[in-house]
Write a protein that binds this ligand. Structure first.
Ligand code: BG6
Ligand code: MG
Length: 221
């Protein structure tokens, strides 16, 4: 059987943490007198912590000193960590666990490609860290999505080329990163939002039977 590198985003693909990032950012923004909605939050998905705060400040037309900027980033992360304190295996999104186990059974290489600096402890909480052959997260890269660095780094570590890699993403920035890298991009979420992806599903459970085999034969358009 042929092989491909299967690269997964974390937040919003493997685990339902996107809503906690949103709540934490919304509270943080409110502390700065800035209001933002779920629509704008879509633009923060996949975006690094530092770039997210920059965007929020831009939307609110606010400037803060570098020291306060750092304090606010720390504050957001503390809030977020509090919100995900009770995260466990039950928070893995539908179909993901089975999909990963099927890949393992088929001997396909698996990587994580996440912008989050909390990725490793989250995978540990979920009890699935050992399923990943390679983990690349926000602590390993210098350029944030939509830059393809995180995914290129992941496929290089697995020993694969970009054209033999498949990326699973819930964010516009992440889909763009995969496309820029020349990788097959599979969107998890709404077609309207993720229309740049090669294919979109609402959940892993909506993928057709034998979809892994389809992906193994698929070529980047
Ligand atoms: C991404 C999330 O996975 O990680 C973003 O989609 C988040 O919302 C980014 O800002 C950075 O995460 P963290 O955990 O390092 O603040
Ligand atoms: Mg995501």
């Amino acid at each position: 059987m042929s092989k491909k590198a299967f690269i997964f985003d974390l937040d919003g693909v493997i685990v339902d943490t996107a809503k906690f990032h949103f709540i934490a950012w919304q509270r943080l923004a409110a502390s700065l007198g800035i209001n933002f909605t779920e629509k704008e939050n879509e633009q923060l998905k996949g975006v690094s912590r530092v770039n997210s705060l920059k965007k929020i400040l831009e939307w609110g037309n606010k400037e803060i000193s570098p020291a306060i900027f750092q304090t606010k980033m720390d504050q957001k992360n503390e809030e977020y960590l509090e919100l995900i304190k009770t995260l466990d295996v039950n928070d893995i999104l539908p179909g993901v666990h089975d999909f990963l186990l099927e890949l393992k059974e088929l001997g396909q290489p698996i990587a994580l490609g996440s912008a989050s600096k909390n990725a490793r402890p989250i995978l540990e909480k979920l009890g699935i860290k050992d399923l990943f052959d390679v983990i690349v997260d926000g602590t390993d890269v210098t350029k944030a999505k939509p830059d393809p660095e995180v995914f290129l780094n992941a496929c290089n570590h697995l020993g694969y080329t970009a054209i033999d890699s498949v990326v699973f993403e819930d964010s516009v920035a992440g889909v763009q990163a995969a496309n820029t890298a020349g990788m097959i991009s599979i969107g998890l979420g709404e077609q309207d939002i993720l229309h740049e992806a090669d294919e979109v599903f609402t959940h892993f459970t909506n993928m057709p039977q034998d979809y892994i085999k389809t992906l193994l034969n698929k070529k980047k358009q």
